[in-house]
Design a protein around this ligand. Sequence first.
Ligand code: C5P
Ligand code: MG
Length: 289
Amino acid sequence: MVPELEKASVRMKSPERVRRVIAALRRDGADKLQVISDFDMTLSRFGFNGRRCPTSHNILDNSRLISEEGRKKLKDLLHYYYPIEIDPNRTVEEKRPLMIEWWTRAHNLLLQQKILKSDIAEIVRESEVMLRDRATMFFDKLYHHHIPLFIFSAGLGDILEEVLRQAKVLHSNITVVSNYMDFDDKGVLRQFKEPLIHTYNKNNTVLENMEHCQRLSGRPNILLLGDSLGDLSMADGVANVENVLTIGFLNDRVDERRGKYLDAYDIVLEKDETLDVVIGILCYVLRET
Ligand code: C5P
Ligand code: MG
């Protein structure tokens, strides 16, 4: 069906279930499909040439807009909280308050920095952010088939939109829900808009009354892409779901986390910096092969 599923990076607990869901997605076609995806380390690359690529937060944190002292404090927060975020031995209940603490402390540091809206495009251009290989094909294919793409991100919405804009893939089929900045009338960052979205509240609690849920209710089939176990709740707000195929990028601490990822995601992609498998599935579902 999908030759890309033979790639060495692919792991599946139940290939039979994967086959069944992909067949259902193909049977129902593009009109019934929607894609729900995380952004950082899912659509963007985790690493390149042995170096880590930045998240949307890191693009800002590491930029010339932040004082040296601010950069150091933000890095210290990352080094303290990121291992907690991905720790396979802590429960989500344990992690949730600590994630709120991380995001709140980081956002408060950013608020002290007089960040200008007009600087965002340039710091994105100067950063080392990269989308996964074949991202352009992924975005263009969804756009051309009128398949809605809902990007649900605990990163920074203003930054990730600019990444997509510069890659020329911010098409009109995309809806983003993320943490957005609020600028004053001089264009200076003054606060972050509510609600705060972190790794472990990506669900309908932050999506209430969002018109996109209604717009998408005629599309009962979902392709869900994520890199964190917290991403699996991103489709919880969608009504009348029929078939969901979940694909998880396992980027970091692969051996320790493999078991949990295999239990949670239909398809696990280990250290795979491409969108090959996603594109392979889309081609099959859209009858392009
Ligand atoms: O788009 P996504 O939901 O993946 O964005 C959240 C990611 O950003 C988290 O996985 C976290 O590791 C990272 N993060 C960061 N700096 C922060 C807060 C979160 O790099 N201050
Ligand atoms: Mg992510």
